[in-house]
Design a protein around this ligand. Structure first.
Ligand code: AP5
Length: 230
């Protein structure tokens, strides 16, 4: 978006809150690169790269991959030309050390984060959502839900015809551990970004279009404030 200040966004929230669903929309709406660490790691596992090998056992259990594995992956992307006007981060940072590493990297690049968008959803809704989620095997950012957002043809991605699969970590016992990991390691980031004055809360219990509208409204307000020099 020429002429507009850069837009550097973090999508924060528990597993299944709709970060991927909104990330897919926002990257189209704002024409920004979208970096989802879960998708990046799953692709690395599929390709059998060194990072994939290191991350797989953690992911299958619903634990977080080690900070040092994931920090390098994101730092490298932020320096790319495509991220010069802004970027959307989904699933990163997920621990305080990751947030500190991001802040240090942004400082090095003389840039700042615009907003951390916290998508809030009650736990019983999360379990319902993850239990019915289907993900495209070809492109994991194409996400469906058997009840809330079904594909036109069962088991087939509307966008590229890929096979729809159930993610390994969407099994009930793994979901439970992912939620525990979120509470313990990621929730402290709510205070972290509140302290820095960039936390914006979004009611993720609303339908996807309404969640998207709310995010647009937040971004419009931030841009207005920036123009007015607040
Ligand atoms: P990751 O892939 O990031 O998983 P997650 O954070 O657990 O998030 P999800 O992808 O499960 O959910 P989402 O919020 O994107 O929801 P979605 O839009 O799909 O990470 C996976 C693993 O990778 C981690 O456990 C860890 O091991 C590793 N990892 C990743 N990043 C890491 C990091 N930084 N450090 C260390 N390890 C890391 O929606 C869910 C479902 O709900 C879908 O079916 C969707 O259709 C439906 N839905 C969405 N919005 C709505 C709505 N508003 N109403 C009704 N249904 C909706």
């Amino acid at each position: 978006m020429p002429g507009l200040p850069e837009l550097n966004l973090i999508l924060l929230g528990p597993p299944g809150s709709g970060k991927g669903t909104q990330g897919e929309r926002l990257q189209e709406d704002f024409r920004l690169p979208y970096y989802a660490t879960g998708d990046i790691l799953r692709a690395a596992v599929k390709e059998g790269t060194e990072i994939g090998k290191q991350a797989k056992e953690y992911m299958d259990r619903g634990d977080l991959a080690p900070d040092e594995v994931i920090i390098g992956v994101i730092a490298e992307r932020l320096q790319q030309e495509e991220a010069a006007d802004g970027f959307i981060l989904d699933g990163f940072p997920r621990t305080v050390p990751q947030a500190e590493a991001l802040e240090a990297k942004m400082g090095e690049l003389h840039r700042e984060m615009t907003a951390a968008l916290l998508i809030e959803v009650p736990e019983e809704e999360i379990v319902r959502r993850l239990g019915g989620r289907r993900t495209c095997e070809e492109n994991p950012s194409h996400i469906y839900h058997v009840d809330f957002d079904p594909p036109k043809k069962e088991g087939v991605c509307d966008i590229d015809g890929g096979r729809l699969i159930v993610r390994e970590d969407d099994k009930p016992e793994v979901i439970k551990n992912r939620l525990a990991q979120y509470r313990e390691k990621t929730e402290p980031l709510v205070d972290y970004y509140e302290d820095r004055g960039i936390l914006n809360r979004v009611d993720g219990g609303k339908p996807p279009d309404e969640v998207e509208e709310r995010i647009h409204a937040i971004i419009a307000t931030l841009r207005r404030e920036e123009e007015e020099g607040m």
